[in-house]
Design a protein around this ligand. Sequence first.
Ligand code: CA2
Length: 142
Amino acid sequence: MQVLVINGPNLNMLGIREPDIYGRKTFADLENYIRGEAARLGVDVTLFQSNHEGAIVDAIQQALGRYQGILINPGAYTHTSVAILDALKAVQLPTAEVHLSDISTREAFRQFSYVSLYAQKTICGKGFEGYSEGLEWLAGNA
Ligand code: CA2
């Protein structure tokens, strides 16, 4: 199966600041980890990162007919973006939402996720492993 992996704003800054929350590993480490886990699970992945809401909406729309599932860490857009929620609802692909940190125990403004209103699976607080769990879920449910 083919999965589109979307990482949202500031995830490209991983390893540069806030190691207490997000760890010391870099975004390149994350992408290598995802590629390795995808190979292990026999999933074909395309990796996409953007800091721009509209670019993420475009990527979701273009996934229709090309991918069988979406794995998304929407970054801070998790908590603000009706547009990303609407795009996910429009394409109707099996979707797993992943967060490195446990957003349920952080600031109040991080505790609500628009994306969770569509995503069939949400994984929080497991660091890089959450991406593997999301891919595994998609492989078994898409
Ligand atoms: O826990 C997650 O994966 C988040 O989606 C990460 C987002 C945050 O806005 C969400 O509430 C939870 C932030 C992405 C990375 O932000 C950085 C900030 C400083 C240095 C490095 C990364």
